[in-house]
Design a protein around this ligand. Structure first.
Ligand code: HEM
Length: 409
């Protein structure tokens, strides 16, 4: 398994790492090193198409241990290839990509937001990122059928945020992420055992029910631990929509001219907002896997077993794809079809068959609905540090976006 650290340059430069090498060399495909291994960084719709061909890139044995030990979990769908991947992925698609399921999750989450607002008005200030994480974590966890008391929500939200926050660093954030993963895997492993033995009853067809019963391509049931990993692969990334809420708060403070239009609730504009937030702000830096054979892309030789990295942040700011890419302009998505391999904050291509994120509709639906609520809320932003450091992966506004909430409007 490759190590993560050689990323001395990666750690120092973060999101600017691959774009800087491309700028320096004037090439779309650049040879670099990651974790001591040769790697090739690529970018653009053709590059995305190239990466999603399984003859070009395999995921097993490609994801560094520190990322599996915090972000994805060991044995996760992210690390599978071929038929084994397709059968596991079909489980996620059936749970996450149904319109009625998405609508009920949005309904639960917006109600949880509305319930939280009166309490926010009684406090001197709230931190948008943390509050959003609690609202979403409580709602999505109950939506999956996992039993959860109200008093368990804050610590669960903290753990889910920690797992995302600590995957790309060696410091205390990483230690927190590993501890959080250990705690939550143990909790859900026990739940899966109890569901299987009938000690705990969960709703038929809920994610807990489906994941507990799922059989892999070889006909075997998931181990309780892997079932716990995959349940976390639903509730953790959904809670991570809190990052996009913090970015939405950042955007409303920086470009207040959009607040009224967003508050108007026009679904087309709210969706365009969600797309622009996901395009403009840095979150997932790149995705990748290993080349199973010697390959070539964009004039760059890719040795067998080298890592192939698709630069998501770079592609979302490619001037050939996006007019004035460093301008925040939600309108750009009002009159534009989005090609399958163009907007890639959550991967590209067809999520039903490849590794693209199966939670993209959920992300857009939740973000659109919550951003409209944020725009409607009566708040002011006190003086604070809203810097988003590009060397920190995952990036976030430093203050977490502090708001003084005035009334429940
Ligand atoms: C995969 C980003 C939300 C579940 C991915 C990938 C990215 C990503 C970049 C990898 C794509 C690839 O390797 O080709 C994000 C971001 C999100 C988000 C930025 C916003 C917070 C969600 C949500 C869910 C989810 C809401 C579930 C409800 C997954 C799963 C995979 C995945 C299960 C693995 C898919 C596979 O390997 O086949 N996501 N995601 N994500 N995401 Fe998301």
């Amino acid at each position: 398994m490759p190590r993560l650290e050689n990323g001395l340059t990666l750690l120092a430069k973060g999101y600017a790492w691959l774009p800087d090498v491309r700028r320096r060399t004037g090439r779309r495909a650049v040879g670099v090193r990651l974790g001591g291994l040769p790697a090739v960084g690529i970018e653009g719709p053709e590059a995305a198409r190239f990466l999603y061909d399984e003859d070009h890139v395999r995921r097993s044995h490609a994801i560094p241990e520190p990322v599996q030990g915090t972000l994805f979990g060991k044995g996760a769908v992210h690390t599978l290839d071929g038929e084994v991947h397709r059968v596991r992925k079909a489980m996620f698609v059936s749970l996450l990509m149904r319109e009625d399921g998405i609508a009920s999750l949005v309904q639960r989450t917006t109600s949880a937001w509305d319930d939280a607002v009166p309490e926010w008005t009684r406090r001197p200030f709230v931190v948008l990122m943390g509050e959003s994480a609690q609202v979403i974590a409580g709602a999505v966890t109950r939506w999956t059928g996992i039993p959860l008391r109200d008093d368990e929500v804050p610590s669960l939200a903290r753990d889910l945020v920690a797992m995302v926050d600590g995957f790309a660093t060696g410091g205390p954030r990483h230690v927190r992420a590993r501890r959080a993963r250990g705690r939550r895997q143990r909790w859900l492993t026990e739940l899966v055992h109890d569901v299987r033995s009938g000690v705990t009853r969960v709703p038929e067809g809920s994610a807990v029910d489906v994941v507990s019963k799922h059989r892999d391509a070889d006909g075997t049931q998931l181990s309780a631990r892997v079932a716990a990993v995959e349940l976390l692969n639903i509730i953790r990334p959904t809670t991570a929509v809190a990052w996009f809420m913090a970015f939405s708060g950042h955007a409303l403070i920086r470009w207040p001219q959009y607040r009224e239009r967003l508050a108007g609730g026009d679904p087309a504009f709210a969706e365009a907002w969600a797309h622009e937030v996901r395009r403009f702000y840095p979150f997932a830096p790149f995705i990748g896997g290993r080349a199973p054979q010697q390959l070539e892309f964009g004039g760059e030789k890719i040795p067998k077993n080298a890592m192939v990295l698709l630069d998501l942040y770079g592609q979302n700011h490619d001037p050939e794809l996006w007019d004035s890419p460093y301008a925040f302009r939600p309108e750009r998505f009002l009159d534009r079809e989005i090609g399958e391999f163009e907007l890639v904050p959550q991967g590209g291509g067809d999520p039903r068959t490849n590794h693209r994120c199966p939670g993209e509709q959920i992300t857009v639906a939740l973000l659109s609905a919550l951003a409209v609520r944020l725009a409607r809320l009566d708040w002011e932003a006190p003086e604070q540090d809203l810097t988003i450091a590009l060397h920190r992966i995952p990036a976030r506004p430093r203050s977490g976006v502090v708001l003084r909430v005035n009334s429940t409007v």
